[in-house]
Design a protein around this ligand. Structure first.
Ligand code: ARG
Length: 285
């Protein structure tokens, strides 16, 4: 029987999905971070770092755990399972076959937990909440990254199936291959981002929609430590590492910064945000 999650609107504590790194390793190379790290992780280190992230997130959200699957080492990066909006779940269609085996597990998990599965057109690549991030200041606004993993054609498809405004952003630096590696909408419209990861038109889009006082541009030093790959829960920002300068800018904007070391996952090209998926993305909120 399907387990139905209580409607998002009745909840105040955020709900976050995580998937244990039981089968995590760097087994193939599909982004520049994985290069040189084949079989270079240990389950002891990844398990310890993931537990620390889960404990930290659990202090600010309800964590729901999805069972991992053998032979799918990147499934722990559950941001890529798909995109949640209200009770709808748009499953990912992974670009690389190494991750395509995750699709059936994710679809089954979300259907079993009472979500309506909304498919994008066949043949359109889309990597879920890795490339699609709701604005935290303006309701019904979705930022969507394309250029490496997701196709630009996913943008109009998401706009019509979810009835939201989609702002496509073209990613141009292969190190920042998912939008959540270089862009993070924060509460009250603040936006953390690494400008050099975007083409000129996309930067202009960001600047047109985010007022200067709410733009938190990070430098390359913070960007390569995955500072933009942050989990934002209310006024809390959980990330791998932030420089003193970035920390003080975030604190100046009213955020509390919590660092959790996630270097074992960075060998696969992921960090805090990739290891989580928000399950209570409110429709119309
Ligand atoms: N090795 C994974 C990949 O290349 C890492 C995914 C990180 N996830 C994310 N949302 N950025 O697909």
């Amino acid at each position: 029987m399907a387990e139905t999650m209580s409607p998002a609107t009745e909840r105040t504590v955020p709900r976050i999905l995580m998937c244990a790194p039981t089968f995590f390793e760097v087994d193939y190379v599909i982004n520049p971070w994985m290069d040189g790290h084949l079989h270079d992780t240990t389950s002891e280190r990844s398990g310890r770092q993931w537990d620390a992230l889960k404990d930290t997130v659990s202090r600010h959200a309800d964590v729901v755990v999805q069972p991992p699957a053998k032979g799918l080492p990147d499934m722990t990066f559950c941001a890529n399972a798909g995109l949640v909006y209200g009770n709808s779940f748009v499953p990912s269609r992974f670009r690389y076959e190494q991750r395509q085996g995750e699709e059936a597990h994710d679809r089954a998990w979300f259907a079993h937990h009472g979500f309506d599965v909304v498919d994008l057109p066949e043949g359109v690549f889309f990597e879920g909440a890795g490339d699609a991030l709701f604005d935290r200041g303006v309701s019904r606004r979705l930022w969507m990254g394309h250029g490496h993993r997701s196709d630009a054609e996913a943008a109009p498809a998401l706009a019509s199936s979810l009835d939201v405004e989609v702002l496509p952003l073209k990613l141009v630096d292969p190190r920042f291959y998912h939008l959540d590696t270089c862009f993070c909408p924060l509460s009250d419209g603040y936006t953390l981002y690494f400008p050099a990861a975007f083409d000129a038109d996309s930067l202009a889009t960001i600047e047109r929609h985010v007022p200067p006082g709410q733009r938190l541009a990070v430098d390359e030093h913070d960007a390569v430590l995955f500072a933009c790959n942050a989990v934002n829960l209310g006024r809390v920002v959980i990330l791998n590492r932030a420089s003193a300068d970035l920390r003080s800018r975030l604190e100046g904007a009213g955020f509390m910064v919590i660092e959790v070391a996630l270097d074992e996952f960075m060998k696969a090209g992921g960090s805090a945000k990739c290891l989580t998926l928000r399950l209570d993305e409110l429709e119309g909120a």
